[in-house]
Design a binder for this molecule. Structure first.
Ligand SMILES: [Zn+2]
Length: 328
């Protein structure tokens, strides 16, 4: 043991001098296209084990419902306990990982984040039902220049199809102003329709429901959030028929079993759509969720370095018409 000490000392010293002479390399840029800027609600500030949607319980409507999230793992993700703690963690993570986010949610939180990191936050505004705001208010919000994206649009939770005529005027505004649109399509968890969201319908997450919106608005740029999980066949058919549709990996990347996530992602790439997959988390209240989600892409052995770079960065630059030179 004793003989190792001089070696350790010299290693430490050489490492130290190396750190002094070689500047630290900035990590390659990442764009997370699906971040929720939320107020911290102490009642919902609970721990979470990623990939928790496995072993769905055998349920019965007469039994008490089981907790939606589980905490039975060695290292559950900790929630931020206050808006300030959340903001500090999000800003620190963005800088450390060289990450830019497309974020939507609470307007005040969003403005605060954007004020602190103007180059790293792209703001979005969502309309999920005509009750949310008038077409005029929506149009005015976009014209202010603060919002550059329409999202998250989630009509599925109110029992509406994305092609419902009541939403059409909003999409017309986005098309006219050249604003990309992110639409929630797919699952939301176990028991959405009968435990947490009474109007939610699985069938309203079918990717084919986007065909009418796309036909009515040929210049609209739509990305399908959650990649329409688990409807892979419809997703691939829709992307095949509509050359400008992209998908993001948000939500299911950290909630479903890892074998299932990789099978879905692999199938999208195998079908030839590696240039139309966007990296996204569905970030909510757990700061370490960024690293957790990135680890899934990092560990996807079936993807080449270039395919990972496309998903993490290049595809978003193309889809959102960003200037890649500003991210170096
Ligand atoms: Zn969603």
């Amino acid at each position: 043991m004793k003989s190792l000490i001089p070696l350790l000392v010299s290693l430490l010293l050489s490492g130290f001098s190396l750190a002094q002479t070689v500047p630290l390399r900035r990590p390659l840029p990442i764009i997370d296209v699906h971040v929720h800027a939320m107020r911290v609600n102490p009642g919902f500030a609970i721990e979470m084990c990623p990939w928790f949607l496995r072993d769905m319980p055998g349920g019965d409507p007469n039994q008490q419902m089981r907790a939606f999230l589980n905490t039975e793992c060695v290292d559950p993700l900790q929630p931020a306990k206050s808006d300030k703690e959340m903001q500090t963690a999000v800003l620190e993570t963005m800088r450390r990982l060289n990450m830019t986010i497309i974020a939507y949610g609470d307007p005040q939180i969003l403005r605060q984040w954007k004020k602190e990191a103007p180059d790293r936050v792209i703001a979005g505004i969502g309309v999920s039902s005509p009750n949310d705001m008038s077409v005029k208010a929506f149009s005015d919000s976009l014209s202010s220049g603060f919002y550059q994206v329409m999202g998250e649009v989630a009509p599925q939770y109110s029992g509406l199809s994305p092609s419902d005529p009541s939403l059409d005027a909003y999409f017309a505004v986005a098309e006219k102003l050249n604003i990309p649109v992110g639409i929630h399509m797919g699952t939301g968890g176990n028991g959405m329709a009968n435990i947490s969201q009474a109007k939610y319908r699985a069938s309203l997450g079918r990717p084919f429901l986007l065909e009418d919106v796309l036909a009515r608005h040929p210049k609209l740029k739509i990305w399908v959030m959650h990649a329409g999980y688990p409807m892979i066949d419809e997703m691939i058919a829709l992307m095949g028929a509509n050359a400008y549709v992209y998908v993001d990996l948000a939500g299911f990347i950290w909630s479903y079993p890892q074998a299932e996530i990789h099978a879905y992602l692999k199938r999208l790439v195998q079908a030839g759509f590696g240039k139309r997959i966007l990296y996204g988390t569905d970030f909510m209240i757990w700061p370490k969720l960024f690293e957790t989600s990135l680890s899934v892409i990092e560990n996807a052995d079936y993807l080449s370095f270039d395919q990972k770079r496309d998903i993490l960065f290049n595809n978003a630059v193309r889809f959102f018409r960003l200037d890649a030179s500003k991210f170096k």
